[in-house]
Design a protein around this ligand. Structure first.
Ligand SMILES: NC(=O)c1ccc[n+]([C@@H]2O[C@H](COP(=O)([O-])OP(=O)(O)OC[C@H]3O[C@@H](n4cnc5c(N)ncnc54)[C@H](OP(=O)(O)O)[C@@H]3O)[C@@H](O)[C@H]2O)c1
Length: 283
């Protein structure tokens, strides 16, 4: 294995996707506060209100095929390299596996998985060449514990787990580090931005109840600044674990329970938590 070069955070160039609000904004601010040169992305940089100080905004839309190249080229032109890439931008939809229209399901994956892939393909060649770099991918606790009526979102975050596990092995010879950050419920604009799609009568009541539990949890969730602090701490570490869960204590406990409980027992706990009706009950 090659030697792992870790530049000081204050000497690093950092690119954070989806830095206009929520977790991305907190991550960008945390790096900027430590003196890093920080680029943040937004689909509409001109509309970003009260941009965090020290963060330069670049345009990027996860769905655009060549957008990542253009964005990374702009960062390279200004700063010469990207030392840390934080793939944070993401969207959420709500609705049953059966009801959500295919176009919305595809869009969910396009933003959360292929958007990350597009950015990786643009940034990794430079990191490999310099034999130094760090990729942090913001997945989710919902990418370890799938939740009802957010199946497409959960599946997109499970996909990131696989992507990063493979990536770490492929990058090993180049000394480029990669890890997952798995936030639990965090207080951001994500809850209001989630598109809850109409459910058929068979699912409507169960979807309303489960999404209601989720939204309540998210609104009472952790401060996104915690994720920012974690990301900037990880940048200093030479050897990273595969995943870093962060969030409310009961969600960290749930991740532990999933590891130790028989699968049906854990599922029963989740069903009760999300108020999923029992078999045989009427919708
Ligand atoms: N909040 C939570 O409870 C929670 C929990 C676990 C994981 N996460 C994950 O954390 C990440 C950040 O979420 P957040 O809670 O901070 O949500 P947020 O406040 O809604 O922020 C989402 C960010 O993504 C950007 N974005 C949205 N659609 C985009 C697109 N098509 N292309 C490029 N950028 C796009 C937005 O920027 P513009 O609108 O300016 O383009 C915004 O900066 C997401 O990946 C989410 O899945 C959140």
């Amino acid at each position: 294995m090659s030697r792992i070069l870790v530049p000081r955070v204050e000497d690093s160039v950092v690119l954070v996707t989806g830095a206009s609000g929520g977790i991305g904004r907190a991550v960008a601010s945390a790096f900027a506060a430590k003196g890093a040169r920080v680029f943040g992305t937004s689909r509409d940089p001109g509309s970003v209100r009260d941009a965090p100080s020290g963060v330069e905004f670049l345009e990027w839309d996860a769905h655009e095929e060549s957008g990542a190249d253009a964005c990374v080229t702009a960062a390279l032109k200004r700063a010469g390299r990207v030392d840390v890439l934080v793939c944070n931008a993401g969207i959420g939809i709500g609705g049953s596996i059966e009801d959500v229209p295919m176009a919305d399901a595809v869009r969910q994956f396009d933003a959360n998985v292929f958007g990350v892939l597009r950015m990786l393909r643009a940034v990794l060649p430079g990191m490999r060449e310099r034999r130094s770099g760090l990729v942090l991918v913001v997945a989710s606790a919902a990418g370890r514990i799938a939740v009802p009526f957010q199946g497409h979102y959960s599946a997109s975050k499970f996909a990131l787990e696989g992507l990063v596990e493979s990536l770490r092995l492929e990058l090993r010879p180049f000394g480029v580090r990669a890890a997952l950050i798995e936030p639990g419920d965090t207080r951001t604009g994500f809850t209001d931005s989630r598109r809850s799609l109409p459910s058929s009568p068979a699912y409507a009541e169960a979807a309303r109840r489960a999404i209601g539990v989720m939204e309540k949890d998210e609104r009472a969730g952790a401060d996104p600044a915690r994720v920012g602090a974690l990301a900037s701490r990880l940048a200093r570490k030479r050897r990273l674990r595969v995943r870093y869960p962060i969030g409310p204590a009961f969600q960290l406990l749930a991740l532990g329970l999933k590891r130790v409980l028989p699968s049906r027992a854990f599922e029963a706990f989740l069903a009760a938590y999300y108020k999923v009706p029992r078999a045989g009950s009427r919708p």
